[in-house]
Design a protein around this ligand. Sequence first.
Ligand code: ADP
Length: 476
Amino acid sequence: MRLRSVGARLTFWYAGILCVTLLILGGIAYILLAYTLAHDMDAALDGVAKVSAEQTRAEGRAFFPRDVDELFRHYFGFSPLNPSLELFDTRGRPGSTRPGSPAARLPLSPKALHDALRGIPTYETIDGAGPYPFRVLTMPVIKDGRVTDLVRVGISLENVFQTRRRFLWILGAVLPFGLLLASVGGWVLARRALKPVATMTQAARRISGEHLAERVQETGAGDELDRLAQTLNDMFGRLDDFLRQTRQFSADAAHELQTPLTIIKGEIEVALRSPRSPQEYQEVLASSLEEIDRISSLVAGLLLLARADRGVLRLDLKPLALPELLEEVGAQMRLLAENHGVSLDYGIVEPAAIQGDREHFRRLLLNLIDNAIKYTPAGGRVTLSLRCDGEFAHLSVSDTGMGLTEDEQKQIFHRFYRAAEARSQSGGGAGLGLSIAQSIAAVHGGRIEVESAPGQGSTFTVSLPAECNPAITASS
Ligand code: ADP
């Protein structure tokens, strides 16, 4: 049987453990009771036998205390049923017997006789004197160093058996009752302890993709359940953020793809409305091609990000000498910088090499330098530098451009994010360049950081695990 509720399982275990505990304790109590009864009985037999033997010795004839019951009560606490008191001679032949002694019919055992003749008392449990066994003590009567007689005192074990049986009855009655009480108590406790879990389960069930803003109630007790509620709430918070970002991302991607498509459609529709000259058609086709280029670069960027996210971006890792790569990309971007009226210079460039994918890395640098040129007004300056501190190469692209507020700095690496000023400027990208650069840096084990102040320019620094002063000099 499988118990599906934790409460039921707890109750079951609780009751089970209690049952075993009660059985063990009951068993120990029963053994102690039996031992105590046997011990007290032997002590009483010893007391009565000693009095009888002493009196017999003193009187020189069989002496039976008149009130044996009283004597037993004195030694035993209560008087036994049918106590036996007999006298034997040294050959084991029965002599006098206290009237009504049930054990009198039973012969003296050879061991008791043998021991008594050597002055040793013998305790025995014997059957045959009634429905219950008898406990007997055979004690020698010693006069002038000689055994003259043997006194045998016995009592029926009926009382002892009944007491033990009564104890077992009580135990048998108390055990189920105790178990029932413990089970009910355990069930109530388990339900009370697990109530917050039930509440949490209901709340968690209510929280779906549409209602991720809801939260599980925290008790504030700081206990395990409260920590569980906090953990669940943190998880829902992260899921909520993730879902919001995903929805925003899909909306942004659709929007960015729709704009060039709308332009292409509009231009083609206008062109088709009336006959055009071949040159006009050519212009429409050239403009459409430009928009298609925008779409394919956007799709290529999205694909790269998706592959990087899934960890399946294919990398052709080779040793890359960074100064040479910086030189090459700088030379490529110089014309663009000049067209913008921005100077492109080099700062400190230290030798460093990384294991990297050349094409991806070129793309990263192009994105950063392109941004620096784009967001720096004419007359400004873009500086490329490279430092190596032993373990990491730090490649910086600094500009004296529009800069970014602290809030913008936190968001610029988000996909499709563009700062307000960049948005108002014509010729801006879709807002994927930095996300792509960050992903490329990440798959190379590095990261990009930004330092910026509005109106004063920005510095983007790519830090990567690198070898400083490498043996290689060429980046190809
Ligand atoms: P975009 O294609 O818009 O340049 P990016 O992801 O490359 O997209 O950049 C995201 C945003 O970060 C830009 O829209 C711009 O607001 C800001 N940004 C990036 N580089 C710079 C820079 N060098 N100076 C100022 N703002 C920058």
